[in-house]
Each structure stands twice: as C-alpha cells, then as structure tokens.
Ligand binder design. Structure first.
Ligand code: NAD
Ligand SMILES: O=C(O)C(=O)C[C@@H](O)[C@H](O)[C@H](O)COP(=O)(O)O
Ligand code: ZN
Length: 357
C-alpha cells in the first residue's frame, strides 16, 4: 500500500493507494471520525451494483444509508444535487455525519459539493473507482455542471481521506480507462518530461496495464497534483496549470452536451490543441506528431468532433473559469514540464481552430 499525504494550508489528509486498501475505511472512520452519527454513501447505479454490497459489509458496524444517482455527467445536475440534499435531511444527517463518495469523478464531484454545502459543510471521504479519479478525488474541487458551463457551481472542499483501491479499476470499461489515462498524460506534460517519456515507452495499450504500472502512474499523478494543490489550493496562480487542455476540452463537452464525449477524451483533444498553440505562441519545441501517433494507438480520437461551430466554442471558452473579463486564457507549455498562462485573442484562437481540423 502507498500512503501519500495531501497538505493544504488548513488541512492534511491521507491518500491510500493499492489493492485491498478499502480495508482502511472502517479503521480510518473509527480513528478519525469517532462518534460519527450516520454515514451516507453516494454512489451511482453501475458502481453501486458492483461494489456497494462489499462496502456495506465492511461498514456493518456503522449506521449507513445509501443514495444511488445516475452514472456519469447525469449525476452532476441541480436535480440530483437537490435529491441528495433531500435524502441527507430525511436520513437525519447532522454535523457529526459523514458522506462517502463511492464512484468516479462525477460521483466524487457531486458528493463533495453535497458535503460542502449540507449544514454548511460536513466531512466526506472519497472512494474513487476510476483511473480518472486519481485526479478528481484529490485537491478538493467539487462541483456540478450548468448548461452554460462545466463545473460552474461548486466549491473548494477537501475530503478527510481518499481510499483508492485499485481492485475496483478491474471492471472499468476501456472507454473509461482511456478517459482517465488522459489526465495521467496531462500530469506528465505539465510537470515532468521523464514521466511523460516513461508513460510513452511503457504504456502501449490501455487494455493490459500491469498492476504495478497502474499503481506507479496513479501515485505519480497524485504526487504531481498534490504538490500543486499544496502551493495554491484555490487557484490563485499555479493551480491553473492543472487545467491544461481543459479550456477547449470543457467547451467541447458543453457544446456537445455533457456525457456525449468523456471528460478525458475531450481534454486529450484540448491538450493537442494547446500544444499546437504552445508551438506558435510559447516557443515550444516538441514533436506533436509522435504524441499523436501514440495516443491514436491507445484509441484516442485526435481530431475535433464533427459539427461543432468554432465561434460557439470560442463563446464557451470566454466563460471558462480562467477567463478574465471575457478574455480567454490558455495554459500553454514553454517546454514539456513548464506551463504558463497565455491570453489569446478570439481572432488568434479562431485561426488556430481552423488549422486544427
Ligand atoms: N474535481 C476534479 O478535480 C476533477 C478532475 C478531473 C475530472 N473531474 C470530473 O470527473 C468527471 C468524470 O469522472 P470519471 O471519468 O471518473 O467517471 P464518472 O464518474 O463520470 O463515471 C464514468 C462511468 O464509469 C462507470 N464506472 C465508474 N467506476 C467504475 C468501475 N470501477 N467499474 C465499472 N464502471 C465504472 C460509472 O458508472 C459511469 O458510468 C467529470 O465530470 C469531470 O469534470 C473532476
Ligand atoms: O484540480 C484542478 O485544479 C483541475 O483543473 C483538474 C481538472 O482535471 C478537472 O477537470 C477540474 O475539475 C477542472 O476544473 P475547473 O475549475 O476548470 O472546473
Ligand atoms: Zn480534468
């Protein structure tokens, strides 16, 4: 088992990673949440169907209630958020109660936001079940979507612990492995060229990742992310680098309709676009072609999805959280591992989108 500690100015919490670490859950609750009055597990239909029974077994010493929400982006809506709050009230949760998020990033983002706002904030624990959630479960960004934009209604709210049992990843469909691995690639590109090269040399298929390799890259991604979060929890500066690929990625997700393309696949396209911009505006010297061939071999789509209007994408990007006064800011790379924020005009972006086809 790997134990990593995430430190922010007000809080430090453990991330346990490895096969079988779910056993830490009751131990952690007994030790750190003594006197817990109720545990509310929020999970989705698929993950609940697969893993709820063993978790209930593990938690049999505690009073537990469960809310099942729809899978994927359908969970990150006002309606589902409202239903979770209603359930929390009807189950009589109080400030000594605990929310447990069992699922991928969608369940984690929703549950964290429910926890952050129920009675102005009660503790929560993340039990991630996707590769992507090495990113989403760590760092405390919790949110739901608005039709106008991704994660627009949310908070920064750190969990008490992240318990990342890699046994849960074995049932992940290939498309979800692909989605999650895009954020691993992101972590390498923004911070560590040798990690990027290691990934490229060792991961040639997402179907057959060795357990030791999986643990290695998940832990490395978490280490990279938590170092950034430790320095800038609320995104006043360098945390924006974790948004590499997301300016266009989020615009694609919103424009297509949430859930039509997975988050990671949209971010992957966004990263390829940001790399193209980096060559033109940030002096990056990098062989995008070799990266493109590698990710195509892993099954990623590398072109813009058909039928999206460049003008509408630019409008979406103006509303991105990194924008200031409707001026769009991209995370670009001066070198691999060296990100910086750049403001670009609508005209410059439209021109590059045109070349990106
Ligand atoms: N908070 C953050 O810092 C952060 C970071 C990255 C992404 N996100 C958000 O995370 C969300 C995406 O999360 P995600 O990709 O982890 O997935 P998800 O929660 O959207 O789940 C995707 C699908 O996989 C299924 N699934 C989950 N775990 C499974 C398992 N072990 N076996 C079989 N099926 C399983 C789910 O039921 C769902 O159908 C997006 O909304 C994105 O915006 C947040
Ligand atoms: O943790 C962060 O900071 C990130 O930007 C991680 C991203 O991978 C993640 O998708 C995040 O939810 C995007 O944040 P947002 O502020 O653009 O909604
Ligand atoms: Zn992301």
């Amino acid at each position: 088992m790997i134990e990593h500690v995430v430190k922010t100015s007000f809080k430090a919490y453990p991330v346990y990673i490895g096969e079988g670490v779910i056993g830490q859950l009751p131990i952690f609750i007994k030790e750190k949440q003594a006197g817990v009055t109720k545990i509310l597990i929020i999970t989705d239909e698929i993950v609940g169907g697969l893993y709820l029974a063993p978790i209930l077994q593990i938690l049999s010493a505690f009073p537990v209630e469960v809310v099942k929400v729809p899978g994927g982006e359908k969970a990150k809506t006002f309606e589902v958020y409202y239903d979770c709050q209603t359930a929390a009230l009807q189950y009589k949760l109080d400030r000594k109660s605990l929310i447990v998020a069992l699922g991928g990033g969608a369940v984690g983002d929703l549950s964290g936001f429910v926890a952050a706002t129920f009675m102005r904030g009660i503790p929560f624990i993340q039990i991630p079940t996707t590769i992507l959630a090495h990113d989403s479960a760590v760092g405390g960004k919790v949110a739901i979507n608005h039709p106008e934009g991704k994660n627009m209604i949310g908070s920064f709210y750190q969990p008490e612990a992240v318990i990342y049992d890699t046994n849960f990843l074995k049932s992940l469909p290939l498309s979800e492995r692909r989605s999650g691995f895009a954020e691993v690639i992101k972590h390498s590109l923004i911070s560590d060229v040798s990690f990027y090269q290691w990934l490229k040399s060792n991961i040639s298929s997402l179907e057959s990742i060795r357990e030791d390799e999986m643990v290695q890259f998940l832990a490395k991604g978490i280490e990279i992310k938590s170092a950034i979060v430790a320095e800038d929890e609320k995104e006043n500066g360098i945390r924006a680098y974790l948004n590499f690929g997301h300016t266009l990625g989020h615009a694609i997700e919103a424009e297509m309709g949430y859930g039509k393309m997975t988050h990671g696949e949209a971010v992957l396209i966004g990263m390829l676009f940001a790399l193209q911009l980096s060559k033109k505006y940030a002096g990056l010297e990098f062989d995008i072609e070799t990266l493109t061939e590698w990710v195509q071999q892993l099954g990623y789509q590398t072109k813009m999805p058909e039928g999206l209007s460049d003008e509408k994408l630019v409008e979406r990007m103006k509303g991105d959280k990194k924008s200031v006064g409707q001026r769009i800011r991209f995370v670009l790379l001066n070198e691999i591992g060296s990100p910086e924020l750049y403001e670009l005009s609508d005209k410059e972006i439209l021109c590059e989108l045109n070349h990106f086809k």
